[in-house]
Design a protein around this ligand. Structure first.
Ligand code: UD1
Length: 420
């Protein structure tokens, strides 16, 4: 078990380089399964989920190696299996994203039914309905999902909810289908644009990513060229460091970011009293005033991201009044609240909302990270609290943050990792 010991009360200041986006790189890795030749992916973060996805791809027959610390080389030539290893699917839900590429490549997929998750119900019904609309047969039995197809055929698909994963999987399954596929009410996240660009480099004909209608014109074959692709920066990591500046009354510049990707957060930080200056590829957040209470509504992109909701809640525990956070993407995403309360926060959860009454101070305590982003929220709270916080569950944070304690310590934090 790995724990973080956080000494609170220190002001953070300085510059930090943001790594490549977890949620983009995992999907590009899955997308590589479709390539005819080698794919080189740059700006890859060394995080646990990437290591898990490497194992998933290897389990499917692809050759994967690190060409450098941040460069992955994927040769998908021998992909012939159609089932990702159960253990890895259980470990990381993003394994579901191999379904679309596999359906296109080998026409057959068997996947361990990804169950519930600590942040709430995470069904894959929209992915499966999309595959069925493209002509696939779906059978769910004995804890597995089987999807099979002879000929994929383009279809007009309307998603009930703009699911990121379903949009990506349907896009991948439609690339070599006969005719045109239209995805309506599609997710608009920047990661979807990344995939469109990546697939188009492989020879696909996709347009519309970033809007709520994506059009995929089926092609008969992909090109055999080598792909060299650089992943976009991680907007969620950037947002976490921006909030670290606010909660520690600090002054942090996040470098190598695409500011448009986190505009929803930038606007909220200004409302909370932060001084935010945005340049082409960096954002400086300076907090010189007490934190003002604000209301936050979590929505699909370009709304406020669910993956920054816990970190925002942690920050607002120290505001000068009452804030209201409403979560509209993942119903069960308030499980970390009890841990913040143990540190002195005053939060009440009612259905999809958290009512956060600002307190003058938090106090360090022994807490447990229930999941990745909640873990980051507890690190933020620990850095602002009086005394020491002992955070159990550092392995969840490692799923999505590259050396979080090193990056924070460089900014003036005092965080130690201990193994027991
Ligand atoms: C992705 C991100 C995750 C982020 C989320 C929302 C990755 C690896 N993960 O997850 O970090 O929090 O987007 O921005 O990129 N839903 C259904 N049926 C489905 C699919 C989804 O009901 O078939 C529901 C989910 O239960 C959830 C909502 O739709 O309530 C959003 O899920 P979705 O957008 O699919 O998230 P993921 O792709 O799983």
């Amino acid at each position: 078990m790995e724990r973080l010991i956080i000494t609170g009360g220190l002001r953070l200041a300085g510059e930090v380089k943001i790594s490549g986006a977890k949620n983009a790189v995992l999907k590009l890795m899955a997308a590589s399964l479709l390539a005819e030749n080698e794919c080189i992916i740059r700006n890859v973060p060394q995080i646990k989920d990437v290591l898990t996805m490497i194992e998933v791809l290897r389990g499917l027959g692809a050759e994967v190696s690190w060409a450098d610390q941040t460069v992955l080389r994927i040769k998908p030539k021998n992909v012939s299996f159609y089932s990702a290893p159960d253990e890895l699917v259980k470990e990381m839900r993003a394994s579901v994203q191999v379904m679309g590429p596999l359906l296109t490549k080998v026409k057959k997929v068997k996947l361990f039914q990804p169950g519930g998750c600590v942040i709430g119900q995470r069904p894959i019904d929209l992915h499966l309905k999309g595959f069925q609309a493209l002509g696939a047969e779906v059978v769910e039995e004995h804890g597995y999902v089987y999807v099979q197809v002879d000929r994929l055929k383009g279809a007009d698909i309307h998603l009930d909810f703009p699911s990121v994963g379903a949009t990506e999987n349907i896009m991948a399954a439609a690339i070599l289908a006969e005719g045109t596929t239209i995805i309506r009410n599609a997710a608009k996240e920047p990661e979807i644009i990344e995939e469109q660009n990546f697939y188009n480099r492989l020879g696909a004909k996709i347009r519309g990513a970033g809007t709520d209608m994506i059009r995929i014109e089926g092609v008969s074959a992909l090109r055999p060229n080598v792909i060299d692709y650089t992943v976009i920066p991680d907007r969620i990591e950037a947002g976490t460091f921006m909030l670290a500046a606010v909660i520690t009354a600090g002054d942090i510049t996040v470098n190598d970011v695409i500011p448009e990707h986190i505009e929803a957060l930038t606007a909220k930080l200004r409302e909370a009293g932060a001084d935010v200056s945005v340049r082409d590829e960096s954002i400086r957040v300076k907090m010189e005033k007490p934190i003002s209470p604000i209301d936050v509504v979590v929505l699909p992109y370009p709304g406020f991201p669910t993956d920054i909701q816990p970190q925002m809640t942690a920050t607002l525990t120290l505001a000068t009044g009452t804030s209201l956070l409403t979560e509209n993407v993942f119903g069960g995403r308030f499980r970390y609240v009890d841990e913040l309360v143990r540190m002195g926060a005053n939060i009440r959860v009612e259905g999809r909302s958290a009512i956060v009454k600002g307190v003058p101070r938090l106090t360090g305590a022994a807490v447990v990270a229930p999941d990745l982003r909640a873990g980051a929220a507890l690190v933020l709270a620990g850095m602002a609290a009086e005394g020491e916080t002992l955070l159990e569950g550092a392995q969840y944070i490692d799923r999505g943050y590259e050396r979080i304690e090193d990056k924070l310590n460089n900014l003036g934090a005092e965080i130690k990792r201990v193994q027991e």
